[in-house]
Write a protein that binds this ligand. Structure first.
Ligand code: DAH
Length: 344
């Protein structure tokens, strides 16, 4: 019986070597290991063997069974790899970046409208003496909330549906105000900077909401800064972005990190569609005077210095400027969408 087993194993290996199709390998496997397969038959006949024979044959059969299964898996993986390689070799796609491919690509693509606006705004602020700062997407609770005057029991935490990490200490930043905190603690006043970037909220996606969107935070800290300074910079920004003057208004708005806090609206007419709702006012930009606690927490003396801050929603601005109705285009990866935007 032992020799039958050994012949079976050698025959199997010889046959397997000759095969190069998945189905043939699976057939061979079932001829041996299937319910009525040759090895299964040998295992069944073990009941007639003596206890000593059964011991030896039993362990040998199991060993061969495992080896056969392993060899079959290995062979199947080899066949799959060979098939992928041959598909790639025969494929008509040219992966090399020739001049003509490059030229075509440059002609038909463009910057994403959010990148376009972000770069324009960075340039506007750079020209006015602001720095452009960056910050991490993964933040800790301190930089996202506590240092912005939002302690753990503050109801304002509920305004921002947060993606927490399992340790419940780290999170995906919910706003770019985190860049304020990092920027302030690394500088001595006077200073001014903007911080653009992606932010994340655990929200259901629809035409005006995405779980990942873009903001641009800005702040100026120095001596005797007033709301008039804030209004000046915001008006200049809007004029540069839309190439026209806007009537603006400030309404009170609540954000724990500013006092007073405002919502800045612009008088807006949808092209060809008459006045927009809310009497033609469009809410565009939350802002305010930096709360003394926020300055203090970043090591700045609020008796000596003050400042303003604002948080611009870049996606909203893009939608308004280009008349885009649905935010979901932004992450669609559709080159046709991306290629149609130019600076104003
Ligand atoms: N961080 C706020 C948010 O995402 C936006 C904001 C409001 C930023 C007021 C500011 C500000 O700097 O002053 O909801």
């Amino acid at each position: 019986m032992l020799s039958r087993l050994e012949t079976l194993y050698t025959d199997f290996k010889n046959q397997l070597n000759k095969l190069n199709k998945t189905n043939d390998v699976l057939n061979l496997k079932s001829q041996i290991l299937g319910k009525t397969g040759t090895l299964s038959e040998i295992l069944k006949s073990l009941k007639d063997a003596t206890p000593e024979e059964r011991k030896v044959l039993g362990s040998k059969s199991n060993q061969y069974k495992n080896e056969i299964e392993e060899l079959v898996q290995k062979k199947l993986a080899e066949i799959e790899l060979a098939e992928i390689n041959s598909t790639l070799e025969n494929s008509k796609v040219d992966f090399s970046l020739t001049d003509s491919v490059l030229e075509q690509g440059l002609k038909s693509s463009g910057l994403h409208p959010v990148s376009l606006i972000q770069r324009e705004i960075e340039d506007i602020f750079l020209s006015m003496g602001f720095e452009v700062l960056d910050g991490p997407h993964i933040e800790d609770e301190f930089h996202n909330f506590e240092a912005l005057n939002i302690p753990s029991d503050h109801p304002a935490r509920d305004m921002q549906d947060t993606f927490w990490f399992q340790d419940m200490k780290h999170l995906l930043r919910t706003h770019t105000s985190t860049i304020q905190v990092r920027g302030m603690s690394q500088r001595k006043p006077p200073f001014q900077f903007v911080g653009p970037g992606k932010v994340f909220r655990n929200e259901r996606t629809d035409a005006t909401h995405e779980m990942c969107f873009h903001q641009l935070e800005g702040m100026m800290v120095g001596k005797n800064i007033t709301v008039a300074n804030l209004i000046y910079f915001m008006k200049t920004l809007l004029k540069e972005i839309f190439k026209k003057d806007f009537e603006i208004r400030l309404r009170p708005g609540f954000f724990p990190f500013v006092e007073p806090g405002f919502e800045l609206d612009i008088r807006w007419k949808k092209p060809g569609k008459g006045e927009s709702p809310h009497g033609g006012w469009l809410e565009l930009l939350p802002c305010g005077m930096v709360h003394p606690n926020v300055l203090k927490m970043s090591g700045i003396d609020p008796n000596e210095y003050n400042g303003f801050a604002f948080g611009l929603g870049l996606d909203r601005l893009v939608m308004v400027r280009y008349g885009i109705e649905d935010l979901r285009h932004f992450h669609s990866g559709d080159l046709k969408f991306v290629s149609q935007f130019k600076s104003f």
